[in-house]
Write a protein that binds this ligand. Structure first.
Ligand code: FES
Length: 192
């Protein structure tokens, strides 16, 4: 009987010891899980803040765009003899400065209205000729041969405070089929 009691007590003690060990192991496991989740949580938060911080900074420091200015000066009126096409600003600004025989100026986009190639001014023939499909334009930009559907576009030209000619590409006078832009847009002409 005594032995049985001891045996029972012994079993109980063993079970208790096992229980305690089990609980401790469980506790350790849950601690380490909590730690792990904690780390994941902080990691995600830091990652989130870093990405947002970068986006925030990018907002204040936008990427530099090497686009030509849409307003630019092209020298003084006296630099331009009447009846000439100046291609000096064609490459950088896609614009010709043209001075007609009567002394008036206009700025024209150096872009064919067919498919956008760059025509060339043929001084001997007094016309713009597009190398792509052969469109031809008068000095005023009106098309007269080839597939171009309309006159070339113009930009606003004015006199800046320092007396130089200034082109503003944000103000555009689009060419109209069969119409002379000198008549449609008298404001595109500058008499200086
Ligand atoms: S792009 Fe000029 S004629 Fe076609």
């Amino acid at each position: 009987m005594q032995d049985d009691k001891e045996l029972v007590t012994g079993h109980h003690g063993e079970a208790a010891t096992h229980g305690t060990a089990h609980a401790a192991a469980g506790q350790a496991e849950s601690d380490s899980r909590r730690q792990f989740l904690n780390r994941v949580g902080w990691g995600s938060l830091i990652g989130f803040l870093a990405i947002n911080g970068a986006a925030f900074l990018r907002f204040f420091y936008p990427r530099v765009l090497f686009e030509p200015a849409s307003r630019f000066k092209v020298g003084f009126p006296a630099d331009y003899p009447p009846g000439t096409v100046n291609s000096q600003y064609q490459k950088e600004f896609g614009t010709w400065i043209i001075r007609l025989q009567d002394g008036s100026f206009f700025a024209m986009e150096s872009k064919c209205t067919h498919l956008g190639c760059t025509p060339s001014w043929m001084e001997s023939q007094k016309k713009f000729k597009c190398p792509c499909h052969g469109s031809g334009y008068y000095i005023t930009g009106l098309n007269f041969e080839g597939p171009a559907p309309r006159a070339m576009d113009r930009f606003k030209i004015s006199i800046a405070e320092d007396g130089q000619l200034q082109v503003d590409k944000t103000i555009k006078y689009p060419g109209i089929p069969g119409k002379e832009s000198n008549e449609v847009y008298p404001q595109s002409l500058l008499r200086a």
